[in-house]
Write a new protein. Structure first.
Length: 127
């Protein structure tokens, strides 16, 4: 506090408040840092590789989220398998025999509507 004139009434008030705050901050009975953790939530049955896509879709409030193939690849960190670019069923098939990639959007309560010619996928919120 080198720029405060401690002889002036305002300077004395500032010095007094600074001393009180310093005393509060340095109290030993109060933890220096409190960690706030979210409650343990049940993890959705999404493969780890597709978890970034699930997280992205789950945190969007829009009814429809439209992503290009390039945006999906950037989210995942890898290119989707070749059937994703040529077969609409790769996006819409929800049978148990699949490799569970569809869990990324179904766990986020969305339905995939691919438009392969435009290289986009619209993820619509389910009611």
């Amino acid at each position: 506090m080198r720029d405060v004139n401690l002889l002036a009434p305002v300077g004395r008030a500032i010095a007094t408040m600074a001393a009180r705050l310093r005393d509060c901050w340095l109290r030993e009975d109060v933890p220096a840092r409190l960690l706030i953790a979210l409650a343990d939530e049940a993890r959705p049955p999404v493969p780890a590789a597709y978890m970034p896509l699930y997280t992205y879709l789950d945190r969007r409030y829009a009814v429809t989220v439209v992503l290009t193939f390039e945006q999906i690849e950037a989210l995942l960190g890898f290119a989707p398998p070749s059937p994703a670019f040529a077969d609409a069923a790769w996006w819409t098939d929800t049978c148990e025999a699949s490799d569970r990639h569809t869990a990324a959007w179904t766990a986020a309560r969305r339905r995939a509507v691919p438009q392969l010619g435009a290289r986009i996928v619209a993820f619509e919120r389910l009611p």
